[in-house]
Design a protein around this ligand. Structure first.
Ligand SMILES: Cc1cc2nc3c(=O)[nH]c(=O)nc-3n(C[C@H](O)[C@H](O)[C@H](O)COP(=O)(O)OP(=O)(O)OC[C@H]3O[C@@H](n4cnc5c(N)ncnc54)[C@H](O)[C@@H]3O)c2cc1C
Length: 481
């Protein structure tokens, strides 16, 4: 049976985009359906990854300028810089990225159509455009890459003017003096440190008793120290009871309780940012007969090749839940295309790096020291402190640690954990060494640029080797490994 397309892709975020690009390179006909009437690129380009990183870059620049050159009158950054200028900077980056995505789609002859796509049967998509006009298209394969959306808060409403989510915060017209952040995931810490760099007083209300539980213990301790230095206040095990306005004091008020305490706390603020868990964008996405399987939270179940239980229907990106990052979505979308068209494509390694683009950044991959010990591997660690790096001195960025976790018997690298600027880039050197099943001797035996942040690997490797030596192993024996 002849279909209109080889593949129809629902959603133009990183999962959809990479599937489209890979499929067209395999000489396949591709249709991309995008529900947003104005923008391509999904959360990646318009609400999440890129806009928040553009703001982070601007805030980081302001913070560096402010700490390096100070202000003779003791003004806060928000008294010298305007949100409008930060937003202009962000907008210029988004415009460029949007143009580039459009250009890539056109150049690669990928058809696009605007409207909400719904899967009618295993080969047919019905697209409803903004004027309610419906058009049907058929394809041999379908990729669902419709992403995810923020959950709504239970005890208060978002008005997107004073009580914001990660989308509406991108429309702020001024730098707030105070900001209460409800939530304690990655995005909460990114925005907390972005606004703190601009002089905003930050309070974080976290429901959990721990912060970012996947972090290495030492990295977390360093993060807590840095947050304290920035006067960012965190309340753990807190529950928001009410968000309202105090007309007398002309501010917002967040009323909350802490676990095990009867009394209520009130935090005055200018804005509230709500960042919670996400839900999959799958509501009413397919007809009942299809019965695509999802988990209890609505995320689509897929196999290692991103295939759903309906063999020609694939799903990738946030809609499948796992990893939930643009970085992982790019790989998943491509892998789905390889499987659809019977092309070689390996599942990515189980070691996936994470990155938190806070100020400073946090990134890591592989086993933490604690996890390695829990599973019975004899590991040693090596540390490099940013304050010992010439490059960090020159840049006035000397807060941070790079920590290597390696097997004591053969020096094989099992994990890298970093807090400090450029952590998101630095982690990839460790990732390559781990993928090659190699040891920390690499960092000792190869020339690493100087001055550079990469030098941290060399310092940490020497520190680790010295530790093995101090535990009683002869130096010659260690280096022969
Ligand atoms: C504030 C923030 C910061 C982030 N920072 C990072 C980061 O630094 N690094 C990182 O790797 N990740 C980051 N992420 C996560 C990243 O943005 C997402 O994981 C990624 O965008 C998911 O890609 P996706 O392709 O699954 O979906 P999305 O990018 O969400 O795209 C889905 C698209 O599908 C469209 N759509 C939905 N339903 C339909 C339908 N029925 N028909 C047609 N189209 C439809 C939507 O309009 C949307 O355009 C961040 C997220 C947020 C919110």
């Amino acid at each position: 049976m002849a279909f209109d397309y080889d593949v129809i892709i629902l959603g133009s975020g990183p999962a959809g985009f990479s599937c489209a690009m890979q499929s067209t390179k395999f000489d396949k006909n591709v249709l991309m359906v995008e529900a947003d009437p104005s923008n391509l690129g999904g959360t990646w380009l318009n609400k999440g990854t890129v806009p928040s990183k553009a703001l982070k870059e601007a805030a980081n620049l302001i913070q560096r300028f402010h700490t390096q050159f100070g202000d003779e009158r003791g003004r806060k950054p928000y008294e010298k810089f305007r949100m409008e200028d930060l937003m202009l900077y962000k907008r210029s980056i988004l415009e460029e990225k949007n143009k580039k995505v459009k250009h890539d789609l056109i150049k690669n002859e990928i058809d696009t159509v605007r409207g909400y796509g719904r899967i009618i049967d295993k080969n047919t998509i019905e697209v409803t455009n903004q004027f309610n006009k419906k058009t049907s298209y058929t394809a041999a394969n379908i990729l669902i890459s419709t992403g995810s959306s923020p959950q709504q808060p239970k005890n208060f409403e978002l008005d997107h003017k004073t009580v914001l989510d990660y989308d509406s915060i991108l429309s702020l017209t001024h730098i707030p003096r105070r900001l209460v952040i409800v939530g304690s995931g990655v995005i909460a810490f990114e925005y907390a440190t972005i606004f703190s760099a601009l002089g905003t007083r930050i309070t974080i209300l976290s429901e959990s008793d721990d912060l970012l539980p996947f972090l290495d213990k030492e990295i977390k301790e360093e993060l807590i120290r840095i947050l304290k230095n920035k006067n960012i206040q965190i309340y753990h095990e807190s529950r928001v009871k009410k968000v309202g306005t105090n007309d007398l004091r002309n501010c917002m008020e967040v009323t909350f309780k802490l676990k095990g305490e009867k009394r209520k706390y009130v935090s005055e603020t200018e804005h509230v940012l709500y960042v919670s868990s996400k839900k999959a964008n799958t509501r009413n996405l397919w007809s009942d007969e299809l019965q695509i399987k999802t988990d209890d939270s609505g995320f689509i179940n897929v196999n290692e090749f991103y295939q759903t239980n309906v063999s020609n229907i694939y799903a990738a990106g946030d809609v499948v839940g796992e990893a939930s990052s643009a970085a992982a979505s790019f790989v998943q979308g491509r892998l789905a295309a390889c499987t659809m068209f019977d092309m070689p494509g390996d599942s990515p390694s189980k070691d996936i790096p994470y990155s938190i683009y806070s100020i400073p950044e946090i990134s890591g991959i592989g086993l933490t020291e604690l996890k390695a010990k829990e599973i019975g591997i004899d590991v040693t660690v090596g540390r490099a402190y940013y304050r010992n790096l010439t490059q960090a001195d020159i840049k006035h960025e000397n807060e941070g640690i790079l920590k290597l976790v390696f097997r004591t018997d053969n020096l094989k690298l099992l994990g890298v954990h970093i807090i400090g600027n450029h952590a998101g880039d630095l982690v990839h050197l460790g990732q390559s060494i781990m993928a090659m099943d190699s040891s920390i001797k690499y960092f000792i035996e190869h020339v690493l640029n100087y001055p550079s942040y990469g030098e941290a690997y060399r310092i940490a490797a020497f520190n680790g080797v010295n530790r093995v030596h101090a535990a009683g192993v002869k130096y010659k024996k260690i280096l022969e490994k």
